[in-house]
Ligand binder design. Structure first.
Ligand code: COA
Length: 514
């Protein structure tokens, strides 16, 4: 079995490769045009020596023959003049910054996070619009390209600033990103905005025109008024952007915690020491929690009841949190204990952290007679209705309805991250192959031979192995990224800080003793 050190090394290598964008040939052409790489642009707008929380860096990993690393877009949260901002930046070295299905999802997920946390959106635009061969997966549906524009308009109307800097040829959908922004800066010589580029204009109305005349920075700042500012080069444009952000008025700042951050004690090792690589073996979940929280202080709630779910209070980087962590399958007792704990945290305005390592809720006659269906529903109900921010980390397995009770993606955690050893699926490959082959044996269709059953067993195992892999999941944006276990505390600290100080819903929050 691979160990966690190898998995972390593999993750670093995947991140390094994705950071190279569209490859050497396109990077060389990009620089020859006097353009900066997207990561350098981001470095230049953020406050020096501050953190950047990059989201889903491995989107589209392994898809499209590996030609669209990061889905051709970079998103993440950083500080500009002390204000947390969401940066959404196209990588023009990857298929001209055009949008694939995963690009759309990454773009709209970043907007969703910005909207929830009221973060100004900074669009660094260099975008050829929809990637045309994939247009049916990018253009027509509610959550496709149009949904991103809808959200942009909604955010602007609710006072969340939308600012664009245009670095390259922005066509069709790529043109609407700046056109729908509150303020726009264009770079002279390379920045272009047009609903249809020269080839489309020729095809549509038989007009022959060059790109600069059609949609260049001078035309748009002096004639059409689509752009508000022109910059002689990228460096100046990025400085101008910082100035615009400095003058945004009263946008949200980070609310510091009430108490100082204290490092966890060395006694409990690091989170990586406890990562469950072999999901069949139990781990010391309490030690894992203590290796991540302030001063390793963990005040457990109901430690002697429903023991397969550990619940308790702690602090992360000074912010109070309520933690729920699996220590075995969820039984009726652990489910109602979890529901009770969630209601307590909700009443006290304490954010929730879910550490998932879960095979599912208990099955079998005894569990059913004990009402596991209704008791597990109480946990799912409490998770669904908790009004405090929720954060989920897949530290191990995330199987079946256990994913729901422990705040999987469907339950709208503010952020969801996976560890490189995590697995996510309806069930494990072993269980899936048993279920599928049993169904086939009992099928009304022609009876299967033992050879056919063996082939089906192998196919099902291979399918579940492949699809439960964290790289498969992150490529499809089922999470916000794969984290190194030892980064988890700092990343959670940043995420919690973004929501700290939000207006509280002071409506009634009853706690039903389950
Ligand atoms: N759909 C499909 N492929 C696209 C694309 C799009 N919207 N935009 C770029 N590409 C592809 C190019 O075909 C090229 O593919 P290759 O790797 O096989 O050579 C690659 O992306 C890079 O494009 P290229 O034109 O060489 O880059 P550029 O930096 O010189 O120009 C654009 C970038 C965006 C200005 C230019 O590609 C363009 O005008 N694209 C078409 C825009 C358009 O009409 N969009 C309509 C969307 S509804």
């Amino acid at each position: 079995m691979t160990d966690i050190t190898d998995l972390v090394a593999q993750l670093r290598e995947a991140h390094r490769q994705a950071s190279q964008g569209g490859g050497e040939r396109f990077r060389a052409r990009h620089t020859a045009r006097g353009k900066l790489f997207v990561r350098d642009r981001i470095d230049m707008i953020l406050d020096p020596q501050t953190a950047f929380l990059e989201l889903s860096p491995l989107a589209a990993h392994g898809l499209y023959g590996g030609e669209v690393p990061g889905a051709g877009i970079l998103t993440g949260i950083g500080l500009i003049h002390d204000r947390p901002c969401m940066v959404i930046a196209n990588d023009a070295t990857t298929k001209g910054g055009s949008f694939f299905a995963e690009t759309v999802r990454k773009h709209s997920r970043a907007q969703e996070i910005a909207q929830q946390h009221r973060l100004p959106c900074i669009y660094l635009v260099d975008c050829g619009g929809a990637f045309l061969p994939e247009q049916d997966r990018v253009f027509p549906d509610q959550d496709h390209f149009g949904g991103g524009f809808w959200r942009q308009c909604q955010m602007s109307a609710s006072g969340i600033p939308q600012i664009s800097v245009v670095f390259g040829g922005c066509t069709a959908g790529g043109a609407y990103i700046p056109a729908l922004s509150d303020q726009v800066i264009m770079v002279k010589g390379t920045g272009r905005i047009h609903l249809g580029g020269p080839p489309i204009v020729k095809a549509a109305i038989n007009e022959i025109v060059d790109g600069e005349t059609l949609g260049g920075a001078e035309m748009h700042t002096q004639v059409s008024g689509v752009s508000d500012h022109i910059a002689p080069d990228e460096e100046t444009a990025l400085q101008m952007l910082r100035d615009l952000v400095a003058n945004l008025g009263d946008t949200r700042r980070i609310t510091p915690p009430a108490q100082a951050s204290i490092a966890p004690l060395d006694t409990f090792g690091t989170p990586q020491d406890h990562a469950p690589v072999d999901l069949k073996r139990p781990i010391d979940m309490r030690a894992l929690i203590k290796s991540m929280v302030d001063g390793s202080g963990f005040s457990e709630f109901k430690p002697d009841y429903g023991k397969s779910l550990i619940t308790g209070f702690a602090h992360i980087h000074g912010y109070p949190v309520g933690i729920l962590a699996n220590d075995g399958a969820l039984f009726s007792e652990s489910s109602v204990k979890g529901a009770h704990f969630i209601e307590l945290c909700d009443q006290r305005h304490i954010p929730l952290i879910f550490l998932q390592n879960i095979t599912g809720f208990m099955v079998g006659t005894e569990a059913e007679r004990g009402g596991i269906a209704k008791h597990s529903s109480k946990l799912v109900y409490a998770v669904s209705n908790a009004r405090v921010p929720k954060y989920t980390v897949l530290v191990g397995g995330s199987y079946g309805a256990g994913n729901y009770g422990m705040c999987g993606r469907g339950f709208r955690p503010r952020f969801l991250f996976s560890w490189p050893n995590a697995r996510i699926a309806t069930m494990s490959p072993d269980v899936a192959s048993t279920v599928v082959t049993d169904l086939r044996r009992a099928s009304l269709k022609s009876p299967a031979t033992e050879d056919e059953i063996a082939a089906l067993d192998a196919r099902t195992r291979a399918q579940f192995e492949e699809q439960s892999d964290p790289y498969y999941a992150t490529a499809r944006l089922w999470d916000d990224g794969i984290l190194e276990p030892n980064q988890t505390r700092d990343v959670l600290g940043l995420c919690i800080a973004l929501a700290a100080g939000e207006d509280r819903d002071t409506g009634p929050r009853p706690v039903y003793r389950m």
